[in-house]
Write a protein that binds this ligand. Structure first.
Ligand code: FAD
Length: 474
């Protein structure tokens, strides 16, 4: 029997919904779809932040640029959707002025931020030994701070010697001795009270958004270094400030600033390069030719596209392994006004972290994170029972979310490497192969796994190409 509480979840949004393959919906006004079979200087695969930035930079440098995007919208692992009168971030959300690449773009386009209210909570609930504690945020943060210090302080300097310059992660080899450790293994190395263990487990499960048995400890040291070796700063940088007008306003501004053609609903299936150039073939059989290509496919997707000649084995192996980010993020509207509230629960509870995002006349909208597949977000009753484990009495009015793990063009959420993947993958994923250049948040040096990292990588790839292009044409 059909469940009355089951609902359809948003799949796409915005002005790009009606795009079909072969129709150029954005780009230089001088360009029309007639140019579909022309040669381009550069084809960019993917219109997420990495692709949009590369497109802006290369088209501004005078290169004839085409973006081929599988989805019916740009933005990739970021998109906005309507929910009870508000516009929500279904994917990438929080940004910070300490993330230099995105902050430069925010300033460039005059955008501002607003806060998720529960990121600075007054009340916090946490689960210890399967029992819910309804306490103060100060106490919860004290427990977390103590546990976190034991966890990351591998060198008596809060991990500073491992990543002394976090945007140059391969600066020294100190990271190598921690790459084989999983989050779980590191947890076992240190002496934690039950309370510390369960509160820390929530944080690590939330950060890796997957299985802490597989997720590498090194990425925790990396986030820690990115956030100036301080868990409070890390929280502010990763969970508090979002773009007031939505990520859609930033990606739109970047795309409009350049003059690249953008073809939506155009999944690429094959990339073939030889000494004369690159031929890119779409799933429907159209072909585009270019001197060079920027591949911005997410790590978990690279393996799904055929490359001739085959990609370097470490790149392919890393994509086949994938990153650990496969968890859920969903929003719940509850009737109660809970104000500035947050909660944590250890892995593998159904919701490992949650906090209030905003409040309005309808109630409070809470953002929730958990392991993959433990809550059916199309079933209001299931969500309510999961939420009541951390917020007793919560009355769920509505739920929304996007299943990124089964999304064919993402197959995951944000990038967190498995143990050993850092050493094997980072440099390999960034490396150009002939006429192919690679950009992705999933292989950024700084805020890897973040919008900032996507922008950093798009800038790097476009610099590589500009350098080559200038040399070849001088
Ligand atoms: C739930 C969730 C929460 C997140 N929270 C945050 C956060 O709070 N802050 C933050 O900074 N980051 C966050 N992130 C991460 C951030 O959104 C991503 O790291 C970043 O947006 C990735 O950008 P990208 O351009 O590298 O990749 P993507 O955005 O994935 O772009 C790649 C593009 O390639 C396209 N593509 C895939 N296959 C093909 C194909 N065959 N042919 C053509 N195109 C193809 C995709 O459709 C996509 O548009 C979150 C991500 C998720 C999913």
């Amino acid at each position: 029997m059909a469940n009355k509480n089951k609902k359809q979840l948003p799949q796409a949004s915005g002005a790009f919904k009606k795009a079909v393959e072969g129709v150029t919906v954005q780009g230089s006004s001088k360009v029309s779809s007639k140019r579909a079979d022309d040669n381009y200087d550069v084809v960019i695969i993917g219109a997420g932040f990495a692709g949009a930035i590369a497109a802006r930079e290369l088209s501004k440098a005078g290169m004839r640029t085409l973006i081929l995007e599988a989805r019916e919208r740009p933005g990739g692992r970021t998109f906005n959707a309507d929910f009870n009168g508000a516009r929500l971030e279904m994917g990438g959300t929080w940004i910070h002025w300490g993330q230099p690449h995105i902050w430069a773009e925010m300033r460039r386009y005059g955008l501002d931020v607003k806060e998720s209210i529960g990121a600075t909570p007054e009340k916090t609930n946490w689960v210890v030994n399967d029992k819910l504690i309804e306490g103060t945020s100060e106490r919860n943060f004290e427990i977390l701070g103590n546990a976190y210090k034991k966890f990351v302080d591998v060198d008596g300097q809060m991990g500073r010697t491992i990543f002394p310059q976090p945007f140059s992660p391969l600066l020294n080899n100190n990271y190598k001795k921690f790459d084989s450790l999983s989050l779980t293994e590191r947890m076992k190395e240190i002496d934690l009270s039950d309370e510390e263990r369960d509160v820390l487990s929530s944080l690590t499960a939330m950060c890796c958004h997957g299985d802490p048995d597989k997720a590498g400890f090194l990425d925790m040291l990396k986030w820690n270094a990115n956030a100036y070796y301080d868990v409070g700063v890390m929280w502010d940088m990763c969970a508090r400030y979002k773009i007031k007008t939505g990520t859609e306003s930033l990606i739109q501004a970047i795309l409009e600033d350049g003059s690249a053609d953008l073809k939506l609903s155009t999944p690429v299936s094959e990339v073939r390069q030889d000494i004369n150039g690159v031929q890119v073939t779409t799933a429907l059989g159209s072909t585009y030719k270019a001197n060079t290509v920027v591949v911005t496919l997410p790590l978990n997707i690279i393996k799904d596209v055929s490359f001739f000649p085959a990609l370097a084995p470490p790149k392919l192996a890393s994509s086949t392994l994938g990153h650990t980010g496969k968890g859920t993020k969903f929003f719940v509207l509850i009737k109660q006004k809970v104000g500035r509230w947050s909660a944590s629960a250890p892995y593998p509870r159904r919701i490992v972290a949650a906090w209030s995002d905003y409040e309005n006349e309808q109630g409070t909208t809470i953002v929730c994170f958990g392991p993959q597949g433990l809550v059916d977000i199309t079933d209001r009753n299931d969500v309510q029972s999961a939420l009541r484990e951390i917020l007793p009495g919560a009355e769920v009015l509505d739920v929304t979310g996007h299943d990124w793990a089964t999304d064919p063009y993402a197959k995951g959420t944000w990038c967190w490497y498995n143990s050993n993947q850092f050493t094997d993958s980072l440099a390999a994923l960034q490396g150009a192969e002939g006429r192919l250049h690679f950009a992705s948040a999933d292989s950024a040096n700084g805020w890897r796994g973040f919008i900032d990292g996507a922008i950093e990588s798009g800038l790097r790839a476009s610099q590589e190409i500009k350098a080559k292009y200038v040399v070849e044409n001088s």
